[in-house]
Design a protein around this ligand. Structure first.
Ligand code: ZN
Length: 162
C-alpha cells in the first residue's frame, strides 16, 4: 500500500510526494484517493481506499455466453473470488486494489497466471495436470464452449458486475 511507503517502489528514492483527495466515486461512494509521485524517476501510481461499508454481499454470476463475458467487473480490495467449476479461490490480500476490467479480461489474467506458475509443479504430475485442466477450462469458457460460475463475496459490498 502506497500510503505506508516512505520511498519509491521503483528506484527507492525518498524524494516522493503523496497527496490525499477525498472523492465521491459514482460506483463506490466516498473514498480517499491517494496519488503517489516520485520526483527522482517520475513513477506515478494511485490507490483508492473506500470509506463506505455497504455490508456483506454475495454475487453469483454465470458466464454462459459471450455477452456476459464482456460485462465489466468492478472488484473491490475486499472481494473474495471463487471460480466454482474449476475450484479456484482468490482471497483478498494487503496488496489488493480496486480493479475494473471486463470479465473475459479478468479470466484471461487468471489463465496467464496459471500458465506462469504451472512450472512450479512440474515435478508433481498430478498437480501439474490439474493446472493444465484449469487452463483449458478457462480457454473453453473464453471460447464460449463451457460455462463458468463466478462467486464474489465482498464484506463491504463494493464489488459489482455491470
Ligand atoms: Zn522513483
Amino acid at each position: 500500500m502506497i500510503i505506508l511507503t516512505d520511498s519509491c517502489p521503483v528506484c527507492n528514492s525518498k524524494n516522493i510526494e503523496i497527496k490525499t483527495i477525498e472523492y465521491d466515486f459514482p460506483e463506490i461512494g466516498k473514498s480517499l484517493l491517494y496519488t503517489f509521485k516520485c520526483n527522482s524517476c517520475n513513477y506515478r501510481t494511485f490507490e483508492i481506499i473506500p470509506l463506505e461499508d455497504r455490508g456483506y454481499i454475495k454475487i453469483e454470476y454465470k458466464i454462459d455466453n459471450k455477452e456476459k463475458a464482456r460485462k465489466l467487473f468492478l472488484k473491490s480490495p475486499y472481494a473474495k473470488i471463487i471460480l466454482k467449476e474449476i475450484e479456484i479461490e482468490i482471497t483478498p490480500g494487503i496488496e489488493s486494489k480496486f480493479e475494473i476490467r471486463a470479465i473475459d479480461d479478468f479470466l484471461m489474467n487468471i489463465k496467464n497466471n496459471l500458465e506462469r506458475f504451472k512450472i512450479l509443479y512440474s515435478d508433481d504430475k498430478e498437480k501439474y495436470n490439474k493446472i493444465i485442466e484449469k487452463i483449458n477450462y478457462i480457454e473453453d469458457v473464453l471460447n464460449n464452449k463451457k460455462e463458468l460460475t463466478i462467486i464474489i463475496e465482498d464484506e463491504k459490498g463494493l464489488s459489482k458486475i455491470y
